[in-house]
Write a protein that binds this ligand. Structure first.
Ligand code: KG4
Ligand code: ZN
Length: 340
């Protein structure tokens, strides 16, 4: 097999973003993402609407990815797609499209685990971006996921901690909803938090054994706290928004930091690579920097467009699998629950 010129088309459709990317060897030539605005009206992702929007978006998104990369589909070496985990209806759109196109072009098909892809996004070739070396710890934090993974090698990973209820992004979004902020509220909490006092109000941190997380109790605690304060002062939220956001963000980040410290202690690994939409949070970034000077951690944060759901991360996994000759056959099916 000639591995000197590999073009991978990758497709991601696991949740509410339709994305296609073209990768040439380790480098991304294009990474097109169509966000689905429709869910904002509902305050969360509506699965049925997501799969319909994927159907509408997938052809133009793939077309745009090819145009931006300035290549023809006949040059493609393989097609990589997200097999799971995710919403079944959404995954089916990407899976069927990829299978048909690979069959039509008579090129290999490569299935990708979305959670592995969030982690392996760190191996996309980017200037001035250093890569973690094995073994390292990966923390994937987004609206759908919260996991700490011990990464021994590309395809040798072990989940050592994960949420037992809500994801960390959900904790941000649901707290924001309680405060009357629009969906997704995570970035807005972050914005207000930067102007507030993180110690103004205190919220109880959950007690969860080992390296697992729980965020649903915190959300309920915030709800009761706000309801109580509103009874005393109907303007409590407006008058204290920055301090409330700073205190919520501080609590969430303390939860993440405690578990990271524990994971480092248990594994002896000090390299920490993060991914997922919540990696954009200014408090998360500051906490990692602080860990570098305080505990000798080395942290890695990919470019933001490779943190949120995107096809570039699917493409790099497709490339790594291509080099191993690890292809899927046409009977492969979408898998809503798919562990690393
Ligand atoms: O990775 P992502 O785009 O989609 C998935 O959930 O898979 O992550 C979106 C999540 C949302 O919950 C959003 O509120 C959160 O990431 N988020 C943030 C920030 N930017 C995005 N949360 C806190 N601070 C931010 N700056
Ligand atoms: Zn994701």
């Amino acid at each position: 097999m000639d591995t000197s010129k590999i073009y991978i088309l990758a497709i991601e459709s696991s949740c509410d973003d339709t994305s296609a990317a073209i990768l040439f060897n380790g480098k991304i030539l294009s990474n097109v993402v169509a966000n689905q605005k429709i869910h904002e009206e509902y305050g969360g992702v509506v699965p049925e609407l997501a799969s319909r929007a994927h159907q509408q978006n997938i052809v133009p998104v793939v077309h745009q990815a090819l145009v931006k990369a300035n290549i023809d589909k006949k040059q493609l070496s393989a097609i990589a797609f997200t097999r799971g985990p995710g919403l079944m209806g959404s995954l089916l759109v990407g899976t069927s499209f990829s299978k048909s196109l690979a069959l039509g072009l008579d090129i290999p098909l490569i299935e990708v685990n979305h959670m592995q892809a969030h982690i392996l996004a760190h191996f996309i070739e980017e200037e001035e971006q250093s890569k973690p070396s094995f073994p390292f710890l990966a923390m994937t934090i987004s609206g759908g996921h919260t996991q700490i993974v011990k990464v021994n090698h590309y395809f040798d990973m072990e989940v050592i901690g994960e949420t037992i209820d809500d994801a960390v992004g959900e904790a941000f979004d649901k707290s924001a909803k309680i405060l009357g902020l629009p969906y997704p509220g995570g970035p807005l909490i972050d914005k207000h938090a930067q102007k507030g006092n993180p110690k103004a109000f205190s919220f109880t941190k959950p007690r969860v054994d080992g390296l697992n997380f729980s965020f649903s109790g915190l959300k309920t605690g915030i709800l009761y706290f706000i309801q109580g304060k509103l009874k005393e002062n109907p303007n409590f939220i407006e008058e204290n928004l920055d301090d409330i956001c700073a205190s919520i963000q501080y609590t969430i980040i303390e939860i993440l930091k405690d578990k990271l410290k524990k994971a480092v202690k248990e594994t002896g690994i000090k390299q920490i690579a993060i991914g997922g939409g919540v990696s954009a949070n200014s408090g998360v970034r500051a906490m990692l920097k602080d860990g570098e000077s305080r505990y000798g951690w080395k942290s890695f944060v990919p470019k933001f467009e490779y943190c949120t759901d995107n096809a570039a991360m699917i493409a790099i996994v497709g490339y790594l699998k291509y080099l191993e000759g690890n292809f899927s056959d046409e009977t492969v099916t979408a898998k809503a629950r798919y562990s690393i």
